[in-house]
Design a binder for this molecule. Structure first.
Ligand SMILES: Cc1cc2nc3c(=O)[nH]c(=O)nc-3n(C[C@H](O)[C@H](O)[C@H](O)COP(=O)(O)OP(=O)(O)OC[C@H]3O[C@@H](n4cnc5c(N)ncnc54)[C@H](O)[C@@H]3O)c2cc1C
Length: 453
């Protein structure tokens, strides 16, 4: 038996660390179990709209953000086929004036580090690396009758403490089981368990009657490039969005412009023929770039070119020279199959009893609105506010959190899906989209409902 923290959080990603930080800012102690043995130092970039940066700044992270972020001046929509500009949304002072916070781009690892440092400074959170929540059954010695959701908790290895207390529900606790580095199983008695364990959340799968996670048939190819390696005309302090049939390309500066993040998002029809296990095996696969390397130096790459690289190459052959030029300079791509679930349809998808989901665990989505991390940060702030409602019992606080959040998260999930269609239009429909962008420009690209939230 271990721990006296009010809240246990499974997952030390953007969502889990944000939750720990937001709770600690209100004086609430928590324990975070992160199954990785080390904090990630690498990874791709992430865009944060003013809805997310406003919260980071309120948590006291403005200086840390300034030290590692970039501040793009605008978002540009361009044609992937011709490279021609379609529309521009100014950011910078306009964003600050309209939404009270900046639009930032940064490395995911930097965001995770600054959240972690914020958590460590407050000293109310125990961070347990290399320790994972267990999806295993805890043997029970008692024979208390249970509701189905309590039984589900037990099946997952979360022991409902205090069940014998009858109506005194406010004294109930949960006791998540974890397995640490030394392979020993631990119990952590706590008041609530927050599942921030990402897209493949075991808590969502086992405890929540969520719609199953589905492979979308889309792949994300991610790469980082040093600014010095890019020709001057390709360095831009903008988020650039090149739209093309069944694909789009996103690039933006990170680390003050020292690096550029590139993501190519492709609809790969053939991939949908693969089963879920094969998609999972493809998760985070690292691909060396055959166009960049001399085949004689790299005997494995040309012969074993995967269908993923071929798909990327095909898409880029239909694209403008500027994109092909940048692609030829990319040393390596990391490919991510993209998964999503149907948008949330009620608060029951985010909280049940003493357990709540947060971030990708609650609402996995396509990254086509660049808001997955943003929603995790918003969730964290909402959780902390609801946890402060001390007149409510724990289950009511978590239900309030879910009620507060689910509709907005569902709206973002839906918009991310519709962006997938819109961004990837080709032919006459693609032409009409480009015309509309040309005519309406910033009015079409700005998202007041999202950024002011
Ligand atoms: C290509 C791409 C581009 C993106 N771009 C953007 C963007 O520009 N802006 C944006 O806001 N979002 C973006 N996102 C989405 C964003 O990365 C995610 O929404 C965000 O990282 C979710 O954070 P999370 O903490 O919920 O999940 P994760 O970051 O996945 O963290 C989950 C953590 O839980 C841990 N874990 C899992 N299981 C267990 C267990 N059983 N026990 C303990 N620990 C466990 C994992 O190791 C991990 O550290 C993008 C995503 C992709 C794929």
């Amino acid at each position: 038996m271990n721990g006296t923290h009010e809240v246990a959080i499974s997952g030390g990603g953007i969502g889990g660390l944000s939750a720990a930080l937001a709770l600690a800012k209100s004086g609430v102690s928590s324990v975070v179990f992160e199954r990785q043995a080390q904090w990630s130092e690498v990874g791709a970039g992430v865009q944060l709209g003013p809805n997310a940066t406003r919260r980071l700044i309120a948590w006291g992270l403005e200086k840390s953000l300034v030290d590692c972020a970039s501040w793009p001046e605008r978002i540009e929509a361009l044609s992937a086929r011709t490279g021609g500009a379609l529309a521009t949304l100014p950011l910078g002072p306009r964003c600050q004036a309209l939404y009270g916070a900046p639009y930032a781009t940064l490395m995911r690892a930097d965001l995770q580090r600054l959240l972690r440092e914020g958590v460590e400074r407050l000293g109310l959170t125990q961070l347990r690396l290399g320790e994972q929540l267990l999806p295993e059954t805890l043997q029970q010695s008692d024979s208390v009758e249970r509701t189905p959701s309590q039984a589900a908790l037990l099946a997952f290895g979360v022991r409902a403490e205090g069940l014998k207390m009858g109506p005194q529900t406010q004294r109930r606790e949960v006791a998540p089981l974890t397995r640490g580095n030394a392979d020993e199983v631990q119990t952590h008695v706590t008041q609530a368990l927050i599942g921030a364990d990402g897209v493949f959340s075991q808590l969502r799968e086992h405890l929540f009657q969520a719609t199953p996670l589905q492979y979308t048939g889309h792949l994300a190819y991610r790469a980082l490039m040093a600014r010095a390696d890019l020709p001057a005309h390709l360095r831009s302090n903008a988020v650039r969005l090149f739209l093309g049939p069944k694909m789009h390309w996103v690039q933006y500066p990170v680390r003050g412009g020292e690096w550029f993040n590139v993501v190519v998002l492709l609809e790969v029809d053939s991939a949908s023929a693969l089963g879920p296990a094969q998609h999972l095996a493809r998760q985070r696969r690292f691909l060396s770039n055959p166009w960049h390397q001399n085949p004689t130096d790299n005997p494995t790459a040309p012969g074993e070119q995967s269908q993923d690289l071929e798909a990327l190459q095909e898409a880029l052959e239909r694209s403008c020279t500027a994109l092909r030029d940048v692609a030829s300079l990319v040393p390596a791509w990391t490919v991510w199959p993209l998964f999503a679930v149907k948008p949330l349809s009620s608060g029951a998808g985010m909280s049940q009893g003493h357990v709540a989901l947060l971030g990708d665990a609650a609402h996995p989505m396509l990254p086509y609105l660049a808001q997955g991390a943003g929603m995790s940060i918003e969730d964290a702030q909402a959780l902390s506010r609801c946890w402060g409602e001390r007149s409510l019992v724990v289950g009511e606080r978590l239900a309030l959190y879910a009620q507060w959040r689910w509709q907005r998260c569902a709206q973002v999930q839906r918009r991310a899906m519709s962006n997938a269609t819109l961004f990837h239009l080709g032919g006459a429909l693609g032409f009409m989209r480009d015309r509309a962008l040309g005519l309406l420009g910033a009015r079409l690209m700005d998202l007041p409902w999202l950024y002011s939230g």
